[in-house]
Design a protein around this ligand. Structure first.
Ligand code: SF4
Ligand code: SF4
Length: 338
């Protein structure tokens, strides 16, 4: 969270009222992979048209939107992604992207517009490919290297579940060698009611989540720069899912826009059957109509970290007394031969 956003966020808490400063935009639920634990392989039936998207983004921008995290499905499969990214950059909106990395080398002109690209990696090649398909690991790493060579900061994202909990150390060793930070978070079941719940079989027991995150925190305490989680999310996951109530920016400065134009105060909790829709209502009325409620089970590491920053819980964010923040990994040139 940058300083202007933090300032506006504090404004939202002290009288200026909520504003959608930071928007997660799921462009499409289409994807070029169909990972075993994921429920977003194919487009939703009523995805917004190009014109509807640009109108919604323009309205959200006039309400204060300054950050957009492009998400999916796979956002780079959207046929208007280049135009949408250019539209946002023209309006000085900072963009981030969650991607499986595969299309990054073909979409470098758009990727260069991003402030950061976050690429999913489940572990070493065999572990990643077992859930994502043959060759997916190699293509993800090639994408990560291409983005970094193009000057775009890269973070890896690892969703820790039954399939990879025993491979976390191998992933850290690879990330340390390749000099990429990895942000870890626990796998969870589908957010969509009434659909098959492919994620549930991958979820770890709570005790195992706590165990693995305590190991990650210990690695960061030893100075391992490959652990990309900030202290606040590591502390949160120590007691997951029963952390103390954390400040929740959902609907205050954050919102999620789904491919059909439904606006949600939080994209990380079970989807309601109905939500205010920006196409039907316009962005202002949709944002005003959000039901705002917090929970204590925040599982998305970056959202946890933003929440603690927004809430000003500095004591949760600082390193332990006497411990220095590990330096950011310095890029290293690497050839992928797997
Ligand atoms: S790449 Fe991401 S969105 Fe696509 S199927 Fe896999 S987990 Fe789902
Ligand atoms: S998961 Fe819960 S606590 Fe976290 S941002 Fe969403 S509503 Fe707030």
């Amino acid at each position: 969270m940058d300083l202007p956003t933090l300032a506006r966020g504090l404004g939202a808490r002290s009288g200026l009222g909520p504003a959608p400063i930071s928007v997660g935009f799921e462009l499409t639920h289409r994807c070029n992979l169909s990972c075993s634990y994921c429920d977003r392989h194919s487009p939703s039936p009523g995805e917004m048209s190009r014109d509807q998207i640009l109108r919604a983004l323009s309205e959200l921008h006039s309400l204060g939107m300054r950050h957009v995290s492009l998400d999916g499905g796979e956002p780079l499969t959207h046929r208007h992604v280049d135009e949408i990214a250019a539209f946002l950059v023209q309006r000085q909106v900072r963009m981030y992207m969650n991607t499986n990395g595969i299309l990054v080398p073909r979409k470098l002109a758009t990727v260069r517009l991003l402030s950061k690209v976050k690429i999913s990696l489940d572990g070493p090649a065999a572990c990643h490919d077992a859930v994502r398909g043959e060759g997916a690991w190699r293509r993800a790493v090639v994408g990560a290297l291409a983005a970094r060579d193009a000057g775009v900061p890269v973070e890896l994202t690892c969703v820790v579940g039954r399939h990879n909990v025993d491979h976390v150390d191998e992933l850290l060793a690879f990330a340390d060698h390749a000099r990429f930070p990895v942000v870890f978070q626990p796998a969870r079941a589908s957010l969509f009611a009434g659909v098959e719940r492919p994620g549930a079989a991958f979820q770890l027991e709570a005790a195992e989540v706590r165990r693995v995150f305590r190991r990650l925190e210990a690695a960061k305490l030893r100075g391992c720069a490959a652990v990309g989680n900030r202290w606040s999310s590591l502390r949160h996951f120590r007691d997951y899912p029963r952390d103390v109530e954390l400040p929740c920016a959902a609907g205050q400065i954050n919102a999620t826009l789904d491919p059909e134009g439904n606006l949600l105060h939080c994209g990380q909790i079970a989807r309601p059957g109905r939500a205010p829709n920006v196409v039907a209502l316009g962005a202002r009325a949709a944002f005003d109509a959000l039901a705002r409620s917090a929970c204590t089970q925040c599982w998305c590491a970056r959202v946890v970290e933003e929440n603690y920053a927004w809430g000003g819980r500095v004591h949760r964010m600082l390193p332990p007394l006497g411990v220095a923040e590990p330096p950011a990994p310095r890029p290293r040139r690497l050839k992928v031969v797997a």
